[in-house]
Design a protein around this ligand. Structure first.
Ligand code: UDP
Length: 237
């Protein structure tokens, strides 16, 4: 049996991954498949924390560009991540994966508040911890949340699951000739202004030397491949 490369990981799931072909909201089929993949990885003995995005429902920047107060819009974005977090928890629990949702904005009736030590204890017990509501602060992103939480809980890597199979020098959806990078340094990403993660998220990973692997969830089994050390997507280190 292959052994996982990592003991503790943070899986960052962008909200857009959950929409499937609909382009908006949550597709129950997509989320069930995702849950199955997560189960497979957890059964390898990997401790997994998940940071979930909210862009499939609400994005603060987009709303503020249309005139909404940015902080208010960002709080709405954070609430959107909680919706996604609960949907993912539901899908995981249905297939007997034990989970806890922890929110950075208190909502005690439906989830635990974020408590670092408690999150780590859950992970040690083999539970999947879903971090929702981002960092709890406007003007940040869930990518930064992934970097922050990975640092706090001592994760060895961030797996960033998206709809694209790695990092390109141009958007492959619009540019046929776009080139995919196998590996990049944090500074490359910052200098070339590649749209992988925002600069805050990248800088924190650079300071803490946490590698980021960007890959697509469209191909079944990719999370497991990455965890087993197969070369998938693009690695930033
Ligand atoms: N957000 C925020 N602070 C955070 C994390 C998220 O204000 O620490 C808000 C922000 O408005 C963002 C929205 O939540 O647009 C959804 O998160 P994000 O865009 O990172 O989700 P993703 O792109 O991963 O789906």
């Amino acid at each position: 049996m292959k052994r996982p490369h990592y003991k503790r990981i943070v899986l960052k799931i962008s909200g857009e991954v959950l929409t499937g072909e609909k382009g908006y909201g949550i597709d129950p089929e997509v989320i069930l498949k995702l849950a199955q993949e997560i189960k497979e990885v957890v059964s390898l003995g990997v401790e997994m924390a998940i940071v979930i995005g909210g862009g499939n429902i609400f994005r603060g920047v987009a709303a503020s560009s249309k005139g909404m107060d940015r902080a208010t819009a960002d709080y709405m974005g954070m609430l959107a991540t909680i919706l996604n977090g609960l949907a993912l928890q539901d899908a995981l629990e249905k297939i007997d994966v034990h989970t806890r949702v922890q929110t950075a904005i208190e909502m005690r009736e439906i989830a635990e508040p974020y408590i670092r030590r408690r999150a780590m204890r859950h992970l040690e017990k083999g539970r999947v911890v879903i971090f929702a509501a981002g960092t709890g602060n406007p003007f940040f992103t869930t990518d930064t949340t992934a970097s922050l939480r990975a640092t706090e809980i001592g994760a060895e890597v961030i797996l960033k699951a998206t709809k694209v199979d790695g990092i390109y020098d141009a958007d492959p959806a619009f540019h046929k000739e776009a080139h995919k990078y196998e590996e990049l340094t944090y500074l490359d990403v910052l200098k070339k202004q590649l749209k992988v993660m925002d600069a805050t998220a990248i800088s924190l990973c650079m300071d803490q030397k946490i590698p980021i692997i960007v890959f697509s969830l469209k191909e079944r089994g990719n999370v497991q491949k990455v965890v087993l050390g197969e070369k998938v997507g693009t690695e930033v280190k």
